[in-house]
Design a binder for this molecule. Sequence first.
Ligand SMILES: Nc1ncnc2c1ncn2[C@@H]1O[C@H](COP(=O)(O)OP(=O)(O)OP(=O)(O)O)[C@@H](O)[C@H]1O
Ligand SMILES: [Mg+2]
Length: 368
Amino acid sequence: MQVGTLSVRGLTKVFETKDGPVTAVDDVNLEVASGEFFSLLGPSGCGKTTTLRMIAGLETSTSGTIAFGGRDLAPLPSASRNLGMVFQSYALFPHLTVLENAAYGLRVRRTPSVKVKERVVHLLELLGLGGLHGRYPSDLSGGQQQRVSIARALAYEPDMFLLDEPLANLDAKLRVQMREEIRRIQKELGVLALYVTHDQEEAMSVSDRIGVFRLGKLMQVGAPTEIYRNPTTLFVADFIGKINFFPAASAGKGDVTLGSGWSVRPGSRHPLSAAEAAGFGVTSDAVVAVRPEHLAIERHPAEDGIPGRVRRRLFLGSTTRYFVTCDASLKEVIVETPRPIEGVGEGDGVTLSFDPSDGIAYVGSESP
Ligand SMILES: Nc1ncnc2c1ncn2[C@@H]1O[C@H](COP(=O)(O)OP(=O)(O)OP(=O)(O)O)[C@@H](O)[C@H]1O
Ligand SMILES: [Mg+2]
C-alpha cells in the first residue's frame, strides 16, 4: 500500500425505499494514487454522488471498505477524514468575507493566525482572487464564489480533494476556464482529487484517469485516451464521444464480416454480453464500433466497405459532419472529416470504409 493512496474495495450501498431496496453502488473497487486526478463519470442516477459521500463519510456503506494510506476510514467521522469538499452549491457563509470564508476550516482547526493568513492569501492569489479579500459572497460572481469555496476546501491541506459537479451552476465558457484552474491548482498542490461529473468532455479534459459508472457499477477505469480508444463495452463506447455500431458476424481467427459483406480484423476485441446486446438492439453475434473520425467516405462504389446514402452534410468549420443512412448499421452513421470531401453531397450514394485497426469488435459468442 502506497502512502496517500485511496483504496476502495467491494463498496456497496443499498438504500431502503418505500418501493423496496435500491442498489445505488454495486461492488465498486477502485485505487486512486497520491496526487492523481480521478473522475467518477456516468449518467444521472448511476451512483457517483453516493460513492463520493461514502468516501467522505457523509453516508454509511452497506458493505465494503474504504482506506486511505492503508488506514481504514470506517471508524473516522467525516470531520476527521481531512477532506476538502466542493459541491455544486457554493455554500459560502454570507456574513464572512472572501478571506474569512477561505480561512474558515483553518480557524476551526485552531491554526495560528499568521499561518492561516499566509496559506489563504497564497491560495486566493493562485485562484485569481488576490484583490477581493474583503468582499462578501453576495458581491461576487458565481465563478468567483466557486473559487472561494475551492480555496476554503484546500486551505487546510486536505489529504483528498472531493468535488461533486462543482461547475454545474456556471455558464459554458466559465466551466471550461474553471476546470482548467481546478486541474492546475490540484497539480500544483499535489493533492489527490476525486471529481464527480456527468459531462464526458469535462472528465476527458481534466482527468488522469476516469471511472465510468453505470447503474451503480464501475464499468471501466482508464486514462481518457484508453477509454476513448478502447472502450470494453458498448455502453462505454456509446457514452464517451460519438461512435457508430455496425452489426457483424464472427468469421473466426479474429475476423468479422460486416452486414455489407466486408470482412475485417478489428484492432481490438471484447466480449459482448447478451444483456448488452439486447439493450442496444443487437441481433447479430458481433458488433464493430468505429469513431466518426475514423470513417472515410467516398462517392464511387468500392469493393470493400459499407454502402450508404448521405442524408445531411454539416459544415462545422474545423470539421465536416456527414449523416449517412446505411442498412448495415444499427443507426444513422456519423462521419467526421477535417474538410469537406469533394463531390460528396446530400442525397449522394457513398461507400464508407475504415482502417480495420481502428475498429473495435464486441463478440457475443466469446462472452462468459
Ligand atoms: N437517500 C437516498 N435514498 C434512496 N435512494 C437514494 C438516496 N440517494 C440516492 N438514491 C438513489 O441511488 C441512486 C444513485 O444516486 P446518486 O445520487 O449517487 O447518483 P448520481 O450518479 O450522483 O446522479 P446525478 O448525476 O443525477 O447526480 C439513484 O437511483 C438514487 O435515486
Ligand atoms: Mg450526483
